[in-house]
Write a protein that binds this ligand. Structure first.
Ligand SMILES: [Zn+2]
Length: 459
């Protein structure tokens, strides 16, 4: 058996994001194979064998890799459209275009979304994909293949929509699947791609899109399917006042009560947004350990409101961060969401006490790992965990004069990534991807965006 190879990272500041928020002004991290072997103050332990690489992290902050908990990769090729709309108007404007996507478009968009996040310190990505036009190829396979090739840890949330306009839903009928097709395809995707092991690079979740685009039966049977297969559940919830009104009109109750009635609260569930939550909704999430993906930029872009993150955290609800689809957050970056989460929440009721810089970093790392059900393996720098970590450069013009490196990362300009490791493998060096050609991806996404626009306008 070959001896395990070690990478030693020394001389940098280290924010472990462990349970006690342990930090080292100058510390080390040792990677052995795909796991973290040691983390601590000062230099690495002496006498280590099979050290294949030593990295001098002077002038850097080392953190766990960022974990994205909500995204729609395909939207990478429909950015910059419907820029002054609320959620429902924006959806209605974009559904007809989205319904024309095919496998090549989805592959290009996945590459663009993944590349943008990976070069900004994301080591675990997720894609909530819910548009499956008939006869357009293996979209799930294309997305999973893109993540695998880029070397990013990944959860595909296999989405679905079966409530078209004629059933009182928001999407046009031609953009939805049937209940049976959606369930069968979701089960097939789990069986083909979900890896339940601790080291998994690919996992699959069951993810009907939202209360206003799926039937009650799809929610109910989707929850049963996920629990039968032992995978997690994801959807959108309580995003806007319009959604709240929709639920009251159609179901006679608010979104959280509706989710509870369909089996959609639980420690195996995480939900995007959760902006419009009253105290009893928050208590229900806390009681059931239902997780939340907080997407501050998207919520601002669509004028959805400010999620009550300080109240969710105080109640004990697991909260992670999400980019959300890039048709409602054109930047596509997660490291800037650390800053936006802090700033947006300070505009809410809790003002300056809303979130600290360290809480913002925790949302983007450990909190994300919690809502993806992987807190035992990723999200903090601790011996035995998977080696997903980032070296942020802090000694250039943008950050060199900021006293506290965690404050510099969260409050300062988007920090350059000197190195990013996933599963012990380096995928970013000096802000460039080592596992993909960014320029080729940029060209492909531009071409596919133009092709989609041509098809959508009938040209
Ligand atoms: Zn979303």
């Amino acid at each position: 058996m070959a001896a395990v190879q070690r990478t030693v990272i020394e001389n940098g500041a280290v924010a472990t994001v462990d349970a006690r928020d342990t930090e080292y002004a100058t510390g080390h991290v040792v990677i052995a194979g795909n796991r973290i072997e040691s983390v601590g103050a000062g230099a690495a332990p002496g006498g280590l064998e099979n050290v294949v690489r030593r990295i001098d992290a002077s002038g850097h902050l080392v953190t766990p890799g960022l974990v994205n908990t909500h995204h729609h990769f395909y939207q990478w090729i429909t950015r910059g459209l419907a820029t002054d709309h609320n959620l429902f108007d924006w959806l209605v404007a974009l559904y007809p275009t989205w319904a024309r996507i095919d496998e090549e478009m989805v592959r290009a968009a996945a590459n663009g979304s993944l590349a943008m996040m990976a070069r900004g310190g994301v080591t675990t990505a997720m894609d909530h994909h819910y548009v499956f036009p008939r006869g357009t190829g293996d979209l799930s396979g294309a997305i999973i293949g893109a993540a695998r090739e880029m070397g990013v840890r990944f959860t595909l949330a296999r989405g679905s929509m079966d409530r078209g306009e004629s059933d009182g839903g928001l999407p046009p009928d031609f953009a939805v699947e049937s209940l049976d097709d959606a369930l069968a395809a979701t089960e097939d995707t789990v069986r083909r791609h979900h890896d339940p092991s601790a080291d998994a690079m690919t996992q699959v979740a069951v993810a009907p899109c939202s209360p206003f685009s799926v039937s009650t039966e799809l929610l109910r049977q989707g929850a049963e399917l996920a629990r039968r297969l032992g995978v997690r559940l994801h959807t959108h919830g309580s995003e806007t006042v319009e959604e709240e009104k929709f639920c009251h009109e159609l179901f006679g109750m608010g979104p959280t009560d509706y989710f509870e009635s369909t089996g959609w609260l639980g420690e195996d569930v995480w939900m995007a947004h959760c902006v419009h939550m009253n105290d009893s909704d928050i208590a229900a999430f806390a009681r059931t350990r239902t997780g939340v993906a907080h997407c501050p930029s998207s919520n601002a872009r669509l004028a959805a409101g400010i999620a009550r993150v300080p109240d969710l955290l105080a109640a004990g609800v697991p909260v992670g961060l999400g980019v959300d689809g890039t048709a409602s957050n054109e930047s596509g970056e997660l490291h800037t969401e650390l800053r936006n989460a802090l700033l947006v929440n300070r505009l809410g009721a809790h003002r300056e006490a809303a979130l600290t810089a360290r809480q913002a970093l925790r949302l983007g790392t450990y909190g994300g790992a919690q809502v993806l059900g992987r807190a035992g393996q990723i999200g903090s720098l601790e011996p035995g965990k998977l080696a997903d970590l980032v070296l942020w450069r802090m000694d250039t013009l943008a950050h060199a004069s900021i006293a506290d490196p965690v404050a510099a990362l969260v409050l300062g300009a988007a920090a350059p990534v000197t190195a990013s490791f996933v599963d012990g493998r380096q995928i970013v060096e000096d802000g460039r991807l080592l596992t993909a050609d960014e320029d080729a991806i940029a060209r492909a996404t531009r071409d596919e965006a133009r092709r989609l626009a041509r098809i959508a306008t009938g040209g």
